[in-house]
Each structure stands twice: as C-alpha cells, then as structure tokens.
Design a binder for this molecule. Sequence first.
Ligand SMILES: [Mg+2]
Length: 269
Amino acid sequence: METKTKFNEIFELLRNKQIYFFDLDGTLYLEDLLFDGILSLINKLKSFQKKICFLSNNSSISTKEYILKLEQLGLVTDFENIILSTHPTIQYLKEKKIKKIYLLGTKSLQSEFIEKGFEITDKDPEIIVLGFDKELTYEKLVKASYFLQDNLPYIATHPDKVCPTKRGYIPDAGAIISLLNEATGKRPKIFGKPNKEMLLFKLRELKISPKDAVIVGDRLYTDIKMGKEAGVTTICVLSGETSREMIEKSEIKPDIILNKATDLINIIK
Ligand SMILES: [Mg+2]
C-alpha cells in the first residue's frame, strides 16, 4: 500500500514538470544505436507540451556535427535545445577575453573554436583547453606538458573518465586529465557536467524554476550530482554505466531509479 502511494506521488511529480533534460550516451543511445522506444518517449513528452533539452559532456565533435548526429537518429533538434560541455567552456574564455588557445581536441572541435573567434596555436597560447581528443598524439601531450610546466592556465571541457561504446569503454577527457596529472601534477578547472551551470543557465533563459525540471542520466558523478546541486529532480537510468549496487554504495542518491528511460512512458501517460 505504502509503495503504491509513493508511486502515485512520483507519477504526479513527473507529470507536472515543465522541462526534461536528457543525457545522451548511455541514456538515449549507445554510439549510433538509439535504444528501443526512445522516439515514442520524446514524442509523448512533446505531446504533453514538455520542453526537451539534450545534454552531453562529449566534446569530441562540434555542436553542428552533434545536431547532425541527433538528426540521423531521428532526434530532431536545434541549437536551442542542445547543451554541450563546449558551451560553458567557450563562454568562460569569452568572459576572460582569451583569444589564443592551445587545444587538445579533435579537428571538429577546433572548427567550432575557430568559428567562435579563437586562434588555435602552439606559439605563446594564453591557456590550455583540454577536450575529448580522439585524435590525441604523443606530440600534443608533450607540448601540453611543457605549457603546464610553464604554469599556463589550464581548463577542460568535462571530467568523464570513460565513454561507452558498443564494444566497451574508451578513455575520455578525464583519463587524459589523469595522464597529464601524473606527468605534471597539474589539474584543470572543469566545465560541463557536474557543473550545475549546465542546467541553470538554460532554466534562467526559459524562466523555469529548477523544481519544475527533471534530469535523466546514467552517470552518478556527472548527471545526478549536477541535478542534485541544481535542485532539479534526478532520474538515474540503469541502461548505461550505473547499477543498483553502485547507487547503494554511492553518496550520490538519485530521486528515482529506472531500468531505462522509456520506462517514463508508462509513468507520464
Ligand atoms: Mg551518459
């Protein structure tokens, strides 16, 4: 009986939310494989006039390419409802009036920085910016190490240690941060999830209170931590890297646990 009442409370809570933020990798898809039922879920939420926003820390491709990727999966979106870790990073650089950057990032990411008016250089850069560099070379690491020893300011788009793929996990920006930390003792200032600003700047823009928002994600130390710090209802899905045992052991407790994002269809119907 008690469980039933609690369930009804959760149904009511989620039905009344105005905006749903969704993590991508591990929550809605794995690489190019959209999980079953995701399009029905998104359409259902839209039919209830819920705003949808996609969030990713993955800075290995530019925003333009990200939107193309989402379109190919059928998740039609535009610049307004996608938030990438690259965005607060660029905002920070603009606020600090920094122009010349040494970038550990892919050509795709480079193109976004250049488009936004930055100069990518290894000659007297003002700052080191580390992204999810899937084109990393030893030469780039050597240059970064030298600049770190020169005490150059150092920032990173996001802290994720690994990125899920169909075959298994691959090293992400956090792993590259650790490598450089081993070599130089330096750690960057980090943007992206779990930085609560990833959610709060969008909520301010839309004039929606955090209590009217939900974040759905698969990772405790980024998605769920950020949601809790922003005062947003948190849903942890078990379709990615987190298991029930990990939640039991963690200090970061989501408000709701679902096996997969599409379980929401039955809750909000
Ligand atoms: Mg994820």
